[in-house]
Design a protein around this ligand. Structure first.
Ligand code: ADP
Ligand code: MG
Length: 598
């Protein structure tokens, strides 16, 4: 490992580097900086997010431009406004001892005339998003006919975002003989095309393995039913009391929804997506940077600009449509030498995507179980103990101490600990004690386990282990009653006092009809359709009732068909219609008092 001094950087830049506390250059810096300082060349530099690419092109550019001239000599194109601002501020930092340096950011959503007037004063370096840049060139507010260096930063992202035309247009206003420096985390075909079209014999530098995620990131997945996604998310947050995370959703709508639910449930969360005003986005990012927000729920596009170190977890609430995007998501953690975890909440139908991602990142996922309630309580308890241990005493309390001691006089130390801890513990305990297991067993239910859920219906039945039935027994029983074939009944999951199983939707009528008036050990068998097909079974109740539950009225209509919770275990076999399963369901929401105090 070399030091920055050995890369050929001049004194005023080295001074800034030491001010910033950078000790050793990162690999991409070590490989790129000497080349760019030495030669007038085009370069393609591939390195993961968070590896220090900004400095890799920033320092050479700062050293090579002439700060005494007011001519624009360097142009940096970057995909988003956030990145653009970030690069600008980094460059200003790097160049703080460069006399006369003027770096100007150009991006949409802010006053174009302000930006134009800043440029008019003479900007040696312009950092721009393609859209606004093209606009300003078109209005003759910017002249790039004399630039010597052009950086395409996060080239893959810019192309992803559809900036190809804009980039082509912008570059057509720049001189032929400039040097073009392309930086990218990945090298998809499109980037190769750009390299070919706009560059002359570029030197290629690859740091780490192509397309591979950061070595510091471990990848985990959690297999749950799609409808349990949100509950799983909360548990993952609760089992990690120090979480500082980005939660990725696929759409703006989901992003907003998940953030709202988290906030309602007492988490320090916020949404980041394109429908927010620039002002709102800035506020959110500010709170995230200062850690007031611990769970930033974001769309892929909105998160592009996020450069916050120390993110502990990236949570894929949903997997991205484009598998490649996963690399970008997970690259938000494990930055600057830190370790990070990328978690994926996945339903059975998406599980094969995990394999495809593994191929791309060249790493294996660890399948983990969603923690159960008691595991979470335990973690929270020990977290609290450590927090108490490490808390600095606030001496403002001292004056009240005699009075407080008086109130608590009667308790021993032991009793006091018990009480203090119960305050926090009960909050989680009350919330989680009846919470069900969210994990979906891989291949449970024997045959047909990998059947697509699209065309199958899931049933709830009030028989379980308590009745001496393991899933194989139950499956046999169901087949006996319904006369269905071996493969026609699948995904049989047996709990203590109830179970679930699936059949093709085509068999619904047959199943419901067959179970009509059937008894088991002198007890009426209750069966209902839990979910039907992929849509989560909208309208499922009607069919079920129409056939099998004549006259049972509205029972369960307000349950939304979600038979959550194994609270039913303590029912002692007393099935009293409407009230029962409703009460069983652990109230996952609005338990109150679940505010996170941070
Ligand atoms: P990239 O563009 O590759 O995603 P950045 O240039 O944004 O990465 O750098 C990521 C983080 O690492 C930034 O916070 C930056 O200040 C920091 N950083 C860059 N180079 C070094 C270094 N040599 N030593 C320590 N930190 C560094
Ligand atoms: Mg960068």
């Amino acid at each position: 490992m070399s030091a920055f001094q050995q890369l050929g950087l001049q004194e005023n830049l080295l001074q800034a580097i030491s001010d910033m506390g950078f000790e050793t250059p990162s690999e991409v810096q070590e490989k790129t900086i000497p080349i760019l300082l030495d030669q007038e060349t085009d370069i393609v530099s591939l390195a993961q997010t968070g590896t220090g690419k900004t400095a890799a092109f920033g320092f050479p550019m700062l050293q090579k431009i002439n700060p005494e001239s007011r001519t624009t000599q360097g142009l940096i194109l970057s995909p988003t406004r956030e990145l653009c601002l970030q690069i600008t501020s980094e460059l200003k930092n790097y160049g703080k001892y460069v006399q006369g340096l003027n770096v100007v950011a150009v991006y949409g959503g802010a006053s174009i005339t302000d930006q134009a007037s800043k440029i008019k004063k003479g900007a040696q370096i312009i950092v721009a998003t393609p859209g606004r840049m093209k606009d300003m060139i078109g209005r003759r507010m910017i002249d790039i006919s004399k630039i010597e260096y052009c950086v395409l930063d996060e080239a893959d992202e810019m192309l992803n975002m559809g900036f190809y035309e804009d980039i082509t247009d912008i570059l057509s206003h720049s001189p032929e003989d400039k040097s073009t420096w392309l930086f990218s985390a990945t090298m998809p075909k499109e980037v190769a095309v750009i390299a070919k079209k706009f560059m002359h014999k570029p030197i290629e530098i690859t740091v780490g393995t192509r397309n591979t995620g950061s070595a510091n990131v471990s990848h985990e997945y959690y297999l749950v039913n799609a409808r349990d996604r949100y509950q799983a998310l909360k548990r993952l947050a609760d089992i990690n009391p120090e979480i500082f995370s980005v939660v990725f959703c696929r759409t703006k709508r989901d992003t907003q929804k998940v953030a709202e639910m988290l906030i309602e449930d007492g988490y320090s969360a916020a949404a980041l997506h394109g429908d927010l005003s620039q002002n709102q986005r800035d506020l959110v990012m500010k709170s995230f940077r200062t850690r007031q927000i611990r769970m930033l729920v974001a769309t892929d596009v909105a998160a592009r600009g996020i450069d916050v170190d120390d993110i502990t977890h990236v949570i894929n609430y949903q997997l991205p449509d484009e598998i490649e995007t996963y690399t970008h998501r997970s690259g938000r953690t494990g930055r600057a030498g830190k370790t990070g975890i990328s978690m994926v909440i996945v339903s059975k139908s998406e599980q094969r995507k995990i394999k495809r991602i593994e191929k791309i990142i060249n790493k294996e996922f660890v399948k983990k179980d969603v923690p159960n309630g008691m595991e979470i309580c335990e973690i929270q308890l020990f977290h609290l103990a450590n927090k108490v241990k490490n808390t600095d005493v606030n001496h403002e309390i001292d004056v009240y101490l005699p009075k407080i001691s008086e109130v608590l006089e009667e308790f021993t130390k032991e009793e006091l600990i018990r009480k203090v801890f119960s305050v926090e513990f009960s909050r989680f305990y009350n919330y989680y004690r009846k919470a069900k297991d969210l994990n979906v067993a891989e291949g449970s239910g024997g045959s047909g386990a990998d059947r697509s859920p699209k065309d199958s219906a899931r049933y709830f039945i009030n028989l379980g282990r308590k009745d001496g039935l393991e899933w194989m027994d139950l499956k046999d029983l169901i087949r006996e009653i319904t006369q269905l074939g071996k493969d026609d009944v699948f995904h049989v999951d047996t709990m203590n006092s109830f179970s679930f199983f699936n059949t093709e939707t085509a068999h619904i009528d047959k199943v419901m009809e067959a179970f009509k008036d059937v008894q088991f050990n002198n007890r009426k068998i209750d069966i209902e359709i839990s979910t039907k097909g992929r849509s989560g079974g909208r309208g499922r109740k009607k069919e079920g009732r129409g056939k099998g539950f004549k006259g049972k009225g509205k029972r369960g209509d307000d349950r939304g068909g979600k038979f959550r919770g194994k609270g039913g275990d303590d029912r002692g076999g007393k099935f009293k219609g409407k009230s029962r399963r409703k009460n069983d369901r652990p109230k996952e929401k609005g338990t109150g008092g679940r505010r996170r105090r941070r």
